[in-house]
Design a protein around this ligand. Structure first.
Ligand code: ZN
Length: 227
């Protein structure tokens, strides 16, 4: 296939097994004939994350791959990978949380693109969001556009990085999961919690707080009449 033409039949989803990427996986399944998911093993403390991704991919009958990114842990030890560094239990007043791994999305998307090209896949789907970027600079739209241009130049390919969640908040991400028929799946099967607890999570880490707040806003915004 000529890689200077966008392949609209197939998508590769960068998939962690969390709320956002699972919603993106459901989104891709509605739009593409074939969907492939890729997860990254970067020595995350919660091995549960990969088990979770695998189960969801199986349940949705999606081809799933894991790429070894242990290099990331070697480059930038952080609270998600090292036992000795505890995860901030509250979001810091300024600056990114200590769970930030510099360049993580950039690396994931770049490796995903190399993998995709081998399969003649040009559409990459990622759950990054500028509305909710929580201090991760490589989740912003300007970065995604910049990386898209860079990947095209680097591999002489017409990649298209799709970001269905870029401009929506957590409440609307729940709404999107509902529209895609996956609200229960996302609520029960995904893992977002920094302490490795599936579904509603531990309830007190910054990630659980954000998730619960988004869900409550979703209920308030869209389900007033259904309660
Ligand atoms: Zn938690």
């Amino acid at each position: 296939m000529n890689m200077n033409t966008r392949n609209r039949e197939t998508a590769l989803v960068v998939f962690s097994g969390g709320q956002d990427s699972t919603t993106c996986l459901l989104w891709a399944l509605k739009r593409y004939r074939e969907v492939v998911a890729v997860s990254f093993d970067y020595g995350q403390r919660h091995r549960e994350e990969l088990a979770c991704a695998k189960e969801i991919a199986q349940q949705l009958d999606v081809e799933w791959h894991v790429l070894d990114m242990s290099l990331l842990n070697q480059l930038a030890p952080n609270s998600l990978t090292r036992e000795g560094i505890s995860v901030d239990q509250e979001a810091p007043e300024e600056g990114p949380p200590n769970s930030v791994v510099d360049g993580r999305n950039m690396l994931f998307l770049t490796f995903a693109a190399v993998f995709a090209k081998q399969r003649s896949i040009t559409d990459l789907v990622t759950g990054v969001s500028q509305s909710d970027f929580s201090g991760y600079p490589d989740c912003r739209d300007v970065f995604i556009k910049s990386l898209n241009a860079t990947l095209n130049l680097a591999m002489d390919t017409t990649f298209c990085i799709e970001t269905p969640l870029m401009w929506i908040d957590k409440a609307d991400t729940w709404r999107l999961a509902q529209e895609l028929g996956g609200l229960e799946l996302v609520k029960e099967k995904t893992l977002t919690c920094y302490n490795g607890v599936r579904g509603d999570g531990c309830g007190h880490c910054p990630s659980c707080t954000l998730r619960r707040k988004g869900y409550e806003e979703f209920l308030a915004r869209y389900r007033k009449d259904e309660v």
